[in-house]
Design a protein around this ligand. Sequence first.
Ligand code: CO
Length: 209
Amino acid sequence: MRISKKLFEKNKRWAEKVKKSTPDFFLNLSKQQKPEYLWIGCSDSRVPANEIVDMLPGEIFVHRNIANLVVHTDLNCLSVIQYAVEILKVKHIIICGHYGCGGIQAAFDNKEHGLIDNWLRNIKDIYRYHQVQIDSLQGKKEKINLLCELNVVEQVANICHTTIIQGAWKAGQKLAVHGWIYSIQDGILKDLDVCVTNLDEISQIHRIK
Ligand code: CO
């Protein structure tokens, strides 16, 4: 099946619109990228990084996967983080989850989903760490939304524990890691207030001397 020409037509119109408002936009962007932000978010089509924070191409470096996880052995995510921190020298890393995340819901249930269950197991671990707190809530939706928030907090910790982030802090690089959550229902972002900015703020167990 051929892809609809519609996408190419939409692209052309978009490029023309951008050039009309800023004639040198693409020329300037083609010379370099200097984003201040790395965004690690969910692949969910309703949570597009640039649009949510109203940013143009060139302003935000993006990595997305199912349920916005930073897994210690994920070379893809780790490579993005290394490039963003060491080469682009981003100042902020945002882990952004969202309420009602399908990945979190799938991890919450005990159904079989195939290969993806191996990825979702990382989320089940977080559920296990916080089971008393999560199970104390009444509704399933509330439980899942709490797990969405706790997942963000956990991924903030995971990224801070990497040798990349610890190395940057040791070298005196200014770098803050933030945990946010997005509501698909109203388009609003919430800061979970778990910002980490230096080695002293991470757990002793993970700190590399
Ligand atoms: Co999601």
